[in-house]
Design a protein around this ligand. Structure first.
Ligand code: BGC
Length: 777
């Protein structure tokens, strides 16, 4: 061993010693840390191998009465009402329920998210605006609906929320309802299927989903005071059927009860709809939460099946519920059931095991692409006289774009479904949250994208505020595209189906000035088009979402072949509707439901009935058939740039499915004689010019003894067909959709007799028919 090595060894040893010593000295100076206690074993309910019910029971067993009470109501209006306290842990959304850290139970942060996540801007976040729900439903594509929900779920998670309170499921019975843009359809099967898929998509992100507003919140006028009157059979076969389909498909964590009464009882204290139907008949295992301020009692609501009072400062499910449990008016078991439903839903959806992972920025490009893709499937081509569309980019020299703020962006719907526009309202940019019920435009300007499609053409813009000026600009161009808008908002209905702000005059003036006029609609629900016969093209884009401008341009120029079909009937006039006027909409009530609620009691309008037995089961298109009325555009209608032919219908012996041949004939489609001629020629050529998607619809008319003298949608399939291709399409028919509900036996059954099955591309054009005789079942 050399000396130098020895010296080094010694030095290192001393250094170690010194370090060790000094370390001990330092430790002593801070006080010696006791040996680490063995980590507490996780509580038994954190064992993921147990099922959600067992885990919930184990946790609830450890809860105090106060902790249980804390879970069954929200923490107040919070950010929704100026001056209201905001609880610690509140994520900035519409609702908050504090968790119980000692039991590993996280807070519940609830966000409005009907068409995208609401109130992102005040938190400096971004949220994707999707097309409106009615638009998404016009795709009739369950995969698009799932994608829709998964965008919402993904962004909720990225923003730190663990529950969505979107999921608008009310039937579009009242086409002037200000919330129709949040709802899917007048048909219960289409609505239930599409909204169920949205909820599945939301929940696929470990976010608790929700379906609302249960039930029959079918208009906004007087929503807090109205009594929806509907006989039991109609209720089960229409409005409730939509909920039944969505709830049994998606198993959402929450069902939000509505503001209105149903047959005499408030929705949130309605024994029939909550306990009997939702929980008993449908086996719903999640929890019922009230709409915000929709709870009206403690004992009655608790016993009828309400599980959570929101936003919770009404004092129904806090101390009063505690007292009611203590004095036995509400059994302890009922409170435990409420808590069980909430906690089990949290386990089932993974919000305890896989809590949200907030990220500073969501992926806006991914959201935009998804929104555009859904919109491209949702746009409905309503009219295409002489095959004016698609526009040929190379042949287009000049276009006059008119109205609808098409130079700035696309319109969105107002209320609690309002998403904040990036950069603020495109027509009046201001940072921060969107004002309540003001038209908000999103920066996806159709003008820009139309210009991109046809760079060599001269594309002008006129705001459309002066019909004479607009007509001049139209006259100077080869073709005119007028953007018309119908803005709607929660809490108010539109008084008529007519467009506001003299837009009908505008279209008429433009159409008179230019024979090649195309109208693009951006609207919350059906509107009247008295000028339809005077324009060549009509394109329904709904509220088209953040990818809307580009989607519209791609449809106009044929980059995308339109494929959407109407999920609602467009009446020719208000007079054709079962309720020619919105019930209760008087000068006194105004059309603002919230104003109605907040009016001083002495001025408060009297509660009123909305008699839905007028049309009963003949909701939407069924009414038009029953009354032999011709709507402007029928339910299920929509054109394509190609034409599809149906043949060879086969119905299996017990009507469990139907099959038929669908062929893409390739002919240019339109709804006039020239287009028909082209169609026939193409038919002879037997070649397709263009690939396209067709939504093939199957309707059933029950035997006459059933007392339902109209066809009802029973199934459909969205089919992609290459030019000239054909395919055998099979559509399964759920036996439930061939059944009727008997209020006497409280059962569904299939009546015996002749069932008429019709198949085609619109409720008004069904080329295939077959009858099948079935026994009762
Ligand atoms: C709406 C609900 C919404 C809630 C919370 C209510 O006024 O009806 O749809 O989820 O407010 O914002």
């Amino acid at each position: 061993m050399s000396n130098s090595w020895l010296v080094r060894f010694f030095a290192v040893g001393m250094a170690c010693l010194t370090l060790g010593l000094s370390g001990t000295i330092a430790a002593n100076a801070q006080g010696v840390r006791p040996p680490a206690a063995p980590a507490a074993p996780p509580p038994p309910w954190m064992d993921k191998s147990l099922d959600a019910d067992a885990r919930a029971d184990l946790m609830i067993h450890e809860m105090t009465l106060d902790e249980k009470i804390q879970l069954v109501h929200g923490a107040g209006w919070g950010v929704l009402r100026e001056g209201a306290p905001v609880a610690t842990g509140h994520n900035g959304g519409a609702g908050f329920v504090p968790g119980i850290p000692r039991l590993h139970l996280p807070d519940i942060n609830l966000a409005d998210s009907a068409v995208g996540v609401r109130m992102a801007a005040p938190e400096s976040r971004y949220a994707t605006l999707l097309p409106s729900v009615i638009g998404m439903a016009a795709s009739w594509d369950p995969d698009a609906a799932f994608l829709y929900g998964s965008v919402i779920g993904r962004e909720l998670r990225a923003q730190g929320y663990n529950m969505s309170i979107g999921g608008g499921m009310d039937l579009i019975r009242e086409p002037r309802n200000g919330r129709n843009f949040e709802y899917a359809s007048e048909d219960p099967i289409l609505a239930g299927t599409m909204v169920g898929q949205v909820a599945r998509g939301v929940q696929s992100n470990h976010i608790m989903g929700d379906i609302k507003h249960y039930a029959v919140n079918d208009q906004e006028t007087g929503r807090n005071i109205l009594n929806a009157v509907m006989d039991k059979r109609t209720l089960r076969e229409t409005d409730l059927l939509a909920f039944q389909i969505a709830i049994t498909m998606a198993h959402p964590a929450g069902v939000m009860c509505a503001y209105n009464h149903i047959n005499g009882d408030y929705s949130c204290e309605n024994e029939t709809t909550l306990n009997q139907v939702l929980k008993k008949d449908w086996g719903f295992q999640g929890f019922v939460l009230s709409d915000w301020g929709g709870t009206h009692s403690t004992v009655k609501a608790a016993l009828a099946g309400l599980d959570m009072d929101q936003p919770g400062d009404d004092n129904f499910f806090s101390d009063p519920l505690k007292k009611a449990v203590q004095d036995g008016t509400v059994p302890q078991a009922r409170l435990d059931d409420m808590v069980h439903r909430i906690v089990r839903s949290m386990f089932v959806n993974g919000v305890i095991d896989q809590p949200p992972m907030p990220r500073s920025v969501v992926d806006p490009f991914r959201g935009r692409d998804d929104a555009q893709k859904i919109e491209e499937e949702s746009i409905v081509l309503l009219q295409n006289t002489g095959g004016v569309l698609p526009l040929a980019a190379a042949k287009t020299k000049s276009i006059a774009i008119i109205g609808g703020h098409a130079d700035k962006g696309v319109l969105s719907g107002g209320g609690s479904a309002q998403v904040d526009a990036p950069g603020g309202n495109a027509i009046d940019p201001k940072p921060g949250s969107s004002p309540w019920c003001k038209p908000i435009y999103f920066p996806s300007a159709p003008l820009r994208y139309i210009r991109e499609q046809t760079p060599a053409a001269t594309v002008t813009y006129d705001p459309g505020t002066d019909s004479t000026e607009a007509a001049k600009s139209a006259a100077a161009a080869q073709l005119a595209i007028v953007f018309v808008t119908q803005w709607v908002c929660e809490g108010q209905d539109v008084a008529t189906l007519s467009l506001e702000d003299k837009q009908d005059d505008l279209v008429a003036a433009v159409a008179a000035a230019n024979p090649n006029t195309i109208v693009v609609l951006e609207n919350g629900g059906p509107v009247n088009m008295p000028w339809a016969g005077r324009v060549k093209g009509i394109v329904e884009s709904w509220y088209p979402g953040i990818g809307g401008g580009e989607a519209i341009a791609r449809i106009l120029f044929g980059r995308v072949n339109p494929s959407g079909k109407l999920p609602v009937t467009f009446a020719a006039s208000d007079d054709q509707l079962p309720h020619p006027k919105v019930t209760g909409l008087t000068e006194r009530t105004g059309n603002n439901a919230d104003a109605v609620t907040r009016t001083q009691p002495r001025q408060r309008p009297q509660p009123f009935d909305v008699d839905y037995n007028v049309e009963g089961m003949a909701v939407g298109y069924r009414w038009f058939q029953e009354k032999n009325l011709k709507p402007q555009f029928a339910f299920g209608f929509g054109l394509s740039y190609t034409r599809f032919a149906y043949s060879n219908l086969k119905v299996d012996a017990d009507a469990k499915s139907v099959s038929f041949t669908l062929r893409n004939t390739g002919a240019q489609a339109g709804n006039d004689v020239f287009a028909e001629l082209f169609r026939r020629l193409a038919h002879l050529r037997n070649t397709g010019a263009r690939a396209g998607d067709e939504i093939a619809e199957v309707y059933v008319t029950l035997p006459s003894a059933a007392g339902e003298p109209f066809r009802k949608l029973a199934g459909w399939k969205r089919v992609s067909l290459a030019a000239g291709a054909s395919q055998t399409v099979t559509v399964a028919l759920d036996p439930l959709y061939l059944s009727i509900y008997s209020p006497d036996s409280d059962k569904w059954s299939r009546p015996a007799g002749e069932f008429l099955i019709e198949v085609g591309g619109s409720s008004a054009e069904l080329p295939l028919r077959s009858t099948v005789r079935l026994a009762a079942e």
